[in-house]
Design a protein. Structure first.
Length: 261
């Protein structure tokens, strides 16, 4: 058998396993709980296959076993995933009118990001009037240390975001030393916003502010970005309070008042 044929079979087997695992979750969501025998019958597989599926899901806390009954039910990991999705949808929904207003005021592109797997995940974007052929960042994960959004999330987010953080260089202006990053994060906390000039891409500048929960922890960030020739130091100083106010307004719309003066 050729290597390509073997790879195709392996890929097909993987897809089938994923489909079966999702079906297990759907069955448990429908019935509340089920045993391996019942799952195997509904899936049309051997009990050993069903057991391997629930074992893999259990390892991820997506299912858990009722010790008394020996059956499986949805685990707390499902709530975590659902909560994360709901939180992102809420941020996007509540930030959209604020981002549109800020884009109109500044003429720049406005982005919303949330932390995701050690990166800043772009979940929404509104182009300003000055934007020409705007790059669509939505759905992309961007290194935290090289972007204004990411640095704001590091400065105001939970401490674990900094654990094991790698600092690869993207341009000659990228921060690659931890002591320099720590100094910059301290300055961001003092000023209430972060800036990145030519750090991810030459010619790209952005300024961001945190969207904080009632405990003051950033759960998202809001940024204005544009070409470096337009977003000069003087221009950044002009729009900094607008960006901070917009981020605080999103927090208010989400019902997070505690950190807002």
């Amino acid at each position: 058998m050729s290597n390509s044929a073997s790879a195709a079979r392996a890929e097909g087997s993987t897809v089938q396993s994923v489909d079966r695992a999702v079906t297990v979750l759907e069955i448990l969501a429908r019935d509340g709980e089920a045993g391996v025998t019942g799952l195997a019958a509904e899936l049309g597989v051997h009990k050993s296959t069903a057991f391997r599926l629930v074992a893999a899901l259990e390892a991820r806390n997506l299912v858990e076993q009722n010790v008394d009954r020996g059956k499986y039910r949805l685990g707390l990991g499902i709530l975590r995933l659902a909560g994360a999705t709901a939180a992102r949808l809420d941020v996007v929904q509540e930030s959209r009118p604020v981002c549109r207003k800020l884009a109109a005021e500044t003429g720049e592109t406005i982005n919303i990001t949330v932390p995701s797997d050690g990166a800043a995940l772009y979940v929404d974007q509104v182009a300003g009037s000055s934007a020409v052929q705007t790059h669509n960042w939505v759905g992309q994960r961007i290194p935290m240390h090289a972007t204004s959004n990411g640095k704001v999330l590091l400065a105001f987010g939970p401490p674990e975001l900094l654990v094991g953080l790698e600092l690869p260089a993207f341009t000659e202006h990228t921060i690659t030393r931890r002591d320099r990053l720590d100094d910059e994060l301290a300055a961001i906390r003092a000023e209430g916003h972060g800036v990145a000039v030519d750090e991810l891409e030459i010619g790209l500048t952005a300024i961001a502010a945190p969207i904080r929960n009632p405990d003051g922890v950033a759960v998202a960030s809001l940024s204005a970005s544009g070409p470096s020739f337009r977003l000069t130091a003087a221009r950044l100083a002009e729009i900094a309070p607008l960006v901070r106010d917009a981020a605080d307004e999103v927090a208010r719309r989400l019902g997070w008042h505690a950190h807002v003066a």
